[in-house]
Design a protein around this ligand. Structure first.
Ligand SMILES: CC/C=C\C=C\CC(=O)SCCNC(=O)CCNC(=O)[C@H](O)C(C)(C)COP(=O)(O)OP(=O)(O)OC[C@H]1O[C@@H](n2cnc3c(N)ncnc32)[C@H](O)[C@@H]1OP(=O)(O)O
Length: 306
């Protein structure tokens, strides 16, 4: 009896632990083919993800929600990927949620008879959509997005989960949800006020749903730079991405993780978090290599992928 109990514990316990602590890494070749996204590697270690439903203004269908989540969580675990640039194919960056999908989801919920079941259906869909947007934040690689022309509703939510936002001069934005009868529920209400640092501005944009242009987006701090057009933006942004990708990936990724962790916590908690991370990372080879290169005015070293 005792032996079989010990065997059971010995057999089950490590497997449980292993499945919790090991995250699989992927090779480039394992990145799935997507229906609604294009993924390329225009520069070494820099991945370019493009929303790819141009005929439908890159609006979010169920497939696109699912693919964005898969894409960013997979890229997070591809060692060759160090920085991700996110743009949209075609005329617009993104027109928000596909309104047909929204209506269809409401109709599917309506078919359920009981209110608790209808509620569970909506709850699960909202949670899935929230997790999709959060996958940009949870991805340990910096995500840089560049918007052009329209960036509406779910798309504003999406870019607020990116690390760096740029746009083109023709860009315009709208936290459109209230206009289609919704309270924004996939991150804009949580992230936008922190980004713009002004509750009054954020509330005005969310309550009215009004359009605002690139100039205003720069003024309120939603984007950090405005480029004349998409081609110019891409050239410059890929240079910025390349510069980040040339740094120690251990240092860059710990920086992102710490920034994300600290954004909604007291300073002391953030400080303890980075103290623990760096008590490990500071023993690594990247610090020695980079510090020696700086001290000896040598060219930046190459770092191994992580
Ligand atoms: C759990 C819930 C999670 C998230 C919820 C998010 C809420 C939101 O996202 S609210 C915002 C919803 N989006 C909109 O209200 C945008 C509506 N569309 C527009 O304002 C315009 O179409 C445009 C995006 C500014 C583009 O304008 P224009 O350049 O003049 O082209 P169009 O001919 O209007 O559109 C081209 C093509 O795209 C289709 N399309 C555009 N937006 C949507 C959309 N939201 N849903 C579905 N389809 C859309 C449009 O129908 C055209 O396709 P055709 O086949 O040519 O008709």
């Amino acid at each position: 009896m005792m032996t079989s109990l010990i065997k059971t514990i010995a057999f089950n316990q490590p497997r449980k632990v292993i499945s919790n602590i090991f995250v699989r890494t992927f090779s480039k070749a394992e990145l799935p083919q997507f229906e609604t996204l294009l993924v390329s590697e225009p520069k070494k270690y820099v991945y370019h993800v493009e929303l790819n439903r141009p005929k439908k203004s890159n609006t979010f269908t169920r497939t696109m929600w699912q693919e964005i989540q898969t894409c960013f969580s997979t890229l997070s675990n591809i060692p060759q990927c160090r920085v991700i640039v996110l743009t949209g194919q075609g005329k617009h960056f993104c027109g928000g949620i596909d309104l047909q999908t929204l209506v269809q989801m409401a109709a599917e919920a309506e078919e359920l008879e009981d209110v608790a079941r209808k509620a569970r259906f909506h709850y699960n869909f909202i949670k899935y959509a929230q997790d999709t947007i959060s996958s940009l934040e949870e991805c340990v690689k910096p995500v840089i997005c560049v918007t052009h022309n329209a960036c509406i509703g779910a798309a504003v939510n999406l870019i607020t989960a990116a690390d760096i936002r740029y746009c083109t001069e023709d860009s315009w934005f709208s936290v459109r949800e209230v206009i289609v009868g919704l309270a924004p529920d996939v991150g804009a209400l949580q992230r936008l006020p922190k980004i713009v640092g002004n509750g009054s501005v954020a509330r005005e944009l969310c309550f009215t749903g009004r359009n605002f242009d690139a100039k205003e987006a720069k003024e309120i701090g939603l984007v950090s730079q405005v480029f004349p057009d998409k081609d110019t933006a891409l050239v410059k942004v890929l240079e910025i991405a390349e510069s980040i990708a040339a740094k120690s990936p251990v240092a860059v990724q710990a920086t992102k993780v710490s920034l994300v962790y600290s954004q909604s916590r007291p300073n002391q908690e953030g400080l303890e978090h980075i103290r623990l991370i760096n008590s490990v990372n500071n023993q690594g080879e990247d610090l020695t290599k980079a510090a020696i290169a700086q001290a000896t005015k040598s060219p930046p070293p190459d770092f191994d992928n992580v």
